[in-house]
Design a protein around this ligand. Structure first.
Ligand code: H2B
Length: 95
C-alpha cells in the first residue's frame, strides 16, 4: 500500500471534520456522555477494525476517546487510514 504525500493527506482531511495530521498520524478526540457509551462505541469500532484489518492507536479516559491512525506496514498514512476514519465517523454519527 502506497503512503500518501502531505498534500494528499491535507486534501483528504478536508472531507473529515475535526481530524488533523500531526506529521505521523491522523487523529481526532471525542467526548461522549459517559464511559458506557464510549466503550460501546469503541467496541463497535473494534469490530470494524477487524473487518478492515486496520487498527488504531487510541486512548480512552472515562468519556473521552482519542484516536490516532497510521499504517504500520507503510510507515506512513495510506488510504486505509482514511477508510477507517470514515467508518469511525459513520459509527459515531449513527450512535
Ligand atoms: C500483518 C499486519 O499487522 C496486518 O496486515 C495489519 C494489522 N492492522 C494494521 N493496522 C494498522 N494501523 N497498520 C497496519 O499496517 C496494520 N497491518
Amino acid at each position: 500500500m502506497e503512503k500518501l504525500t502531505e498534500t494528499q493527506i491535507n486534501e483528504s482531511l478536508k472531507q473529515l471534520e475535526g481530524w488533523a495530521f500531526d506529521g505521523e498520524t491522523i487523529h481526532k478526540s471525542f467526548k461522549f456522555n459517559d464511559f458506557k457509551e464510549t466503550f460501546s462505541l469503541m467496541t463497535q469500532i473494534a469490530f470494524e477494525c477487524e473487518d478492515l484489518n486496520h487498527h488504531p492507536n487510541w486512548e480512552n479516559v472515562y468519556n473521552n476517546l482519542t484516536i490516532k491512525l497510521n499504517t504500520h506496514d507503510a510507515d506512513g498514512i495510506t488510504k486505509k487510514d482514511f477508510e477507517l476514519a470514515d467508518a469511525i465517523e459513520k459509527i459515531i454519527k449513527n450512535k
